[in-house]
Design a protein around this ligand. Structure first.
Ligand code: LMR
Length: 418
């Protein structure tokens, strides 16, 4: 018997394996940074990407981080693999930082933790975990507006994402009614993405009272809270204050929850991709099983996470002296941002920028959500070399004594021209 095999050859004439790939425009915030970098105007100001800058507009290596690096170097740094789940002392200390010692002790046996590639990697790993544990896939509720990457992280994993109204643009404030009613009407068993503090982009967070009410709705409705916690300590200067919602949901309401920690902003470890995902589960057994699933998912995705940032962060968090120094660094960064927020507000008023700017003062965290029209944002970039996100979110850290008046005067000029 003869067997016939068809020979298929790949030639230059055959269609590409990627013929169906569609063109995706570059990520807006990274593209803006690239555009800023090529701008040669001496007066240029970067208020785009959320990266801390010191009073001279320069990246800042935190003194606590600098000390930690020196300690690591003196100990002799090698470049061995970390375990699949990451550096144990980093996972433990990061989780302890977020929960506080009393709550950490209480829930320790029910924790599943996994080092991850900063905030994005933590969210993605949480998505992978939910996808492997929940069938059918839960819906993901995401506030609108939100961080530009949230939808993509979850939709690329096959989840259906649904936006709910978070911000009242007329009042330039949190829309707590819409928020509560979205949660009240959410499909039970769904996931809700919560910005633990320093909401990006609006800078509007629920008050403690509002968090408590939202938590009760989440509990009653059987939703899973997944915190994006990229700004703990960076928002107010105090980790405990910034972790209020996480601790209330887990400690007081007894909810199962996921927390995606990033040390990009609060330790300035942007490029080191230092993060941690932890889950507070219902039982010790569930935690063991969940963590084993995380280990398999991590192995198949990145094998094991990057070591340097985790070693730096673990050294800071586990050394009393360095931790105190870090607390000071957090005050330095959040304090400078607060001062620049006030300076921008005062200068906008000084130059008679039309409108009321009180919302700028009410907001907190890294960003100011100005409420400018897209054509004003464009004019500011093209005529004044001032770069900000298209939704007029400004990274306040990009302001300093030398450029804040220029920025305010330029905004005032654009608005007066109409
Ligand atoms: C931002 O929102 O600008 C930052 O969190 C950077 C990023 O990755 O988008």
């Amino acid at each position: 018997m003869t067997t016939h095999t068809t020979t298929v050859t790949q030639t230059e004439a055959s269609p590409s394996f990627f013929a169906s790939a569609t063109y995706i425009p570059p990520d807006a915030i990274f593209a803006l940074t690239a555009e800023y970098n090529t701008d040669t105007a001496p007066e240029k100001v970067n208020l785009g990407q959320g990266t801390y800058r010191d009073a001279n507009g320069q990246p800042w290596v935190l003194p606590a981080v600098q000390k930690s690096r020196e300690i690591l170097l003196a100990q002799g740094l090698n470049h061995e693999y970390l375990p699949i789940l990451g550096l144990q002392s980093f996972r433990d200390n990061a989780t302890l930082m977020a929960l506080g010692s009393e709550l950490y002790e209480r829930v320790q046996s029910r924790l599943a933790t996994c080092q991850a590639l900063s905030g994005t990697g933590s969210l993605h790993t949480a998505g992978l975990l939910l996808r492997s544990c929940r069938n059918p896939l839960p819906k993901i509720y995401i506030p609108s507006p939100t961080w530009s990457n949230h939808h993509q992280v979850f939709s690329s994993l096959g989840f259906t994402c649904e936006s709910f109204n978070y911000y009242n643009s007329a009042h330039k404030d949190l829309d707590i009614e819409s928020y509560s009613s979205a949660l009240q009407n959410a499909d039970p068993g769904s996931v809700v993405i919560l910005h633990a503090c320093a909401h990006n982009p609006t800078g509007c967070d629920p008050s403690k009272q509002q968090w408590m009410e939202l938590g009760h709705i989440i509990k009653q409705r059987g939703l899973f809270p997944l915190f994006d916690a990229a700004y703990l300590g960076f928002n107010s200067g105090n980790v405990d204050d910034d972790a209020f919602a996480i601790r209330y949901f887990v400690g007081e309401l007894g909810l199962e929850a996921g927390v995606c920690l990033s040390f990009a902003k609060n330790m300035g470890l942007y490029g080191e991709r230092t993060g941690c995902l932890f889950l507070v589960t219902r039982s010790k057994e569930t935690a063991v099983n969940t963590q084993s699933t995380l280990e398999m998912l991590q192995r198949s995705e990145v094998s094991n996470p990057p070591a340097y940032g985790a070693k730096i962060a673990a050294t800071v968090l586990s050394n009393r002296e360095l931790k105190d120094l870090w607390y000071k660094d957090l005050e330095t960064m959040s304090g400078r941002i607060r001062a620049m927020r006030v300076a921008l507000y005062n200068s906008l008023n000084k130059y008679g920028a039309p409108g009321n700017w009180d919302h700028l003062i009410r907001q907190s965290g890294m960003f100011g959500f100005l409420g400018l029209e897209p054509d004003v944002v464009l004019q500011l970039k093209d005529k004044y070399h001032i770069y900000m996100a298209a939704n007029s979110r400004v990274s306040i850290a990009g302001l300093n004594e030398k450029n804040v008046e220029y920025v305010a005067r330029s905004i005032a000029e654009c608005l007066k021209r109409g």
